[in-house]
Write a protein that binds this ligand. Structure first.
Ligand code: NAI
Length: 342
């Protein structure tokens, strides 16, 4: 990229909190068209006249969309997310369009949000808040439990799970974990016990999911897993929705196998989470059912949403794009042989 050349970026799914961050960072030889629309096969025409499409988690970068992007002359797909399960990487490779991402923007943001869900659910803060606003100062039904001394199970001790372990340890929990790769640091420190999947299910009072979505982890928690889980356990998911079979979760909640659930992600969240549907009719019956449980707390994929994470997303994305156009370097690239669906 020379000073004379300019790089034109079509940013999809842009939110108000992103625009000023990118505007402050893009150099003079880059221009950004901020689109609120999601990238789908129907909106690829918005990329015409640009060199880069910049996408987030709900943009549908499937084979058909990629073919249209290739026709439009798109040279780079720059994800503003760590996860890339919404991108057909093989199709991108077939069209010679590299895909780059932001591998870790703030593991603290996600782990802290997971703990916020635990605390809110356990001490019923959401109910208490509504109650006192109606001048109902009764404590009936607000009983929680001490986290201190409870067993906190973590599935996946990568960037986020490792932070989760430290937070749970800080609360005085016994921390157990099931993870494909073990954290060398946690192993050295010695206070996390690595166990198999069955034990993490059977022993955890609180179970928090931090694995990527892969063919292997798709519906990791299904009806069979719910049968093995410690009765009344609290389940937290800030990973990806499809780690849990949502219909099986509804059944497990009805039976009381699951005591409570804090969900930041949902398997059919696309087109629902991040959107204001307050004047619409919710079409998803499983989500509608989940919303009726008073022991289920749902947030709309907001675990990442901290100032620090948003700043990191913007700066890494701009750096990724700059590196590609200045030197051809595909920094933070993801390829289909990563064999991962995050
Ligand atoms: P990471 O790649 O650092 O860690 C993932 C861990 O899962 C690794 O320790 C790995 O060994 C383990 N793992 C992978 N497959 C496994 C399997 N089949 N069984 C057991 N363990 C397995 O990823 P990181 O950064 O900790 O993120 C985890 C996930 O969190 C992401 O993949 C993404 O889906 C989700 N996420 C959610 C966000 C939100 O806003 N709710 C924001 C960012 C990430």
């Amino acid at each position: 990229m020379t000073a004379a050349e300019s790089v034109r970026i079509a940013m999809f799914s842009t939110k108000s909190y992103e625009k000023p961050r990118f505007a402050a960072l893009v150099p003079d030889n880059m221009s950004v068209t901020y689109q609120e629309a999601r990238l789908t096969t129907k909106t690829t025409s918005l990329a015409v006249g640009h060199d880069v499409v910049c996408c987030f988690t709900h943009d549908q970068v499937d084979a058909q969309a990629i073919a249209s992007l290739a026709d439009a002359g798109i040279r780079l797909i720059a994800l503003r997310s760590a996860g890339f399960n919404n991108v057909d990487l093989r199709a991108a490779e077939n069209h010679g369009i590299p895909v780059v991402r932001v591998p870790a923007y703030s593991p603290f943001a996600v782990a802290e949000h997971a703990m916020a869900l635990v605390l809110c659910l356990n001490r019923k803060i959401h109910k208490a808040h509504n109650r006192v606003r109606e001048l109902n100062f009764s404590l009936e039904g607000l009983e929680g439990f001490d986290l201190h001394g409870k067993t906190f199970g973590i599935v996946g001790t990568g960037e986020i799970g490792e932070k989760m372990a430290r937070i749970a340890h800080g609360f005085g929990c016994r921390v157990i974990a099931y993870s494909k790769e073990k954290s060398q640091e946690l192993m050295k420190e010695g206070w996390v016990e690595y166990v198999d999947f069955d034990r993490v299910l059977r022993e955890s009072d609180v179970l928090s999911l931090h694995v990527p979505l892969t063919p292997e982890t798709d519906h990791l928690l299904d009806a069979q897993a719910f049968e093995r889980i410690k009765p009344g356990a609290m389940l937290i998911n800030t990973g990806r929705g499809a780690l849990i079979d949502a219909s099986a979760l509804v059944t497990a909640l009805k039976k009381g196998q699951i005591g409570s659930a804090g969900l930041d992600v949902y398997e059919e969240e696309e087109g629902v989470f991040f959107e204001d549907l307050s004047d619409k009719v919710l079409q998803d019956d499983v989500l509608a059912r989940l919303l009726t449980f008073n022991n289920v707390l749902i947030t709309s994929h907001q675990a990442f949403l901290t100032r620090e994470a948003l700043d990191n997303i913007a700066s890494t994305t701009v750096d990724n794009i700059r590196a590609f156009f200045e030197s051809g370097e595909t920094r933070n690239a993801v390829t289909s042989d990563a064999n991962m669906k995050q």
